[in-house]
Design a protein around this ligand. Structure first.
Ligand code: IPD
Length: 279
């Protein structure tokens, strides 16, 4: 098992790579951006900047750690031999990036394969996340965490809001790109919205989780996420005191991710199930 010191070293490396990748993507955004291709649906887009930023991140990782694996949103998985995998979303919030909405993030997590947390299902993380960085290059806000080392931003410790009852909770969520998935997400939302303070749809799962860790949201849930959307943000939220799970208390995966302070988390899971999240 990797030590706390090794996790801190991985975090330092991830931090440096995220800063370089964020600067690259921000500068490239300034030269204009357009859709390079579509993926799962016509609205699930990728820009040349997504691809180039991921290529930069991959090369920086492999320069420093040639034996590690890489799972990224925009390219095939690189199989490593060290037992560590980097889980990369070069631009989480691609639609915001495309439209010039200043809520997109570079998200970089590092996970150790094997151990008790080995299997988490599709869209989950194989193993235990050791370090994670979420950077919003527009605002410059960088949130980071290492396993057992706490979460911080600009040297300030992050902590989730505690003791918020469900009816007072500001809850973020997101929607997938496929029509049938969205219809089911909207049906669940009909059951959630009347029971909470309000809903936010920021457009980047990584930023949702970082905002939860910083206390700017009380809870976050989403169905249909991929590992690169939540690897770094999930660790940051956990290290800030959130409980992060799937629908039945297991690990988060593409079925569901629910994150909030402990009491609120239990209330929100119960509400989501009443609203039909299992259907
Ligand atoms: C998306 C964002 C969005 C979430 C979607 C994700 P992308 O990632 O995180 O907030 O609702 O489920 O796919 O496509 O912008 O990298």
């Amino acid at each position: 098992m990797t030590s706390a010191a090794a996790s801190a070293d991985l975090l330092e490396l991830a931090h440096g790579i995220a800063v370089r990748a964020g600067a690259f993507a921000l500068e490239a955004r300034g030269h204009g951006v357009s859709v390079a291709a579509t993926k799962s649906t016509p609205t699930d887009v990728v820009t040349a900047v997504d691809r180039d930023t991921e290529a930069l991140i991959r090369s920086l990782i492999l320069d420093a750690r040639p034996h590690d694996g890489i799972v990224g949103e925009e390219d095939a998985a690189h199989i490593g031999t060290s037992g560590l995998d980097w889980i990369v979303d070069p631009i989480d919030g691609t639609v915001n990036f495309l439209y010039g909405i200043p809520s997109w993030a570079v998200s970089i997590g590092v996970a150790e394969r094997g151990g008790a947390d080995a299997a988490s299902g599709p869209g989950g993380i194989e193993g235990t996340t050791l370090a994670g960085v979420v950077l919003n290059p527009v605002s410059g806000e960088l949130s980071e965490a290492s396993l057992g080392g706490g979460a911080s931003s600009a040297g300030r410790r992050l902590a989730v809001n505690d003791g918020v009852p469900l009816h007072q909770a500001l809850v973020a969520t997101g929607f997938g790109y496929a029509t049938d998935v969205r219809r089911r997400q909207a049906e669940v939302l009909l059951g959630v919205l009347p029971e909470v303070r309000d809903i936010r749809r920021i457009g980047s799962a990584a930023l949702d989780l970082a905002a939860l860790a910083a206390g700017r949201l009380d809870a976050y849930y989403e169905r249909g996420l991929n590992a690169w959307d939540h690897a770094a943000g999930g660790l940051i939220a956990r290290e800030a005191g959130a409980v992060v799970t799937g629908p039945r208390g297991g690990r988060e995966n593409s079925e569901l991710l629910v994150a909030a302070a402990p009491g609120l988390h239990a209330e929100l899971v119960a509400l989501l199930r009443r609203a039909g999240v299992d259907a």
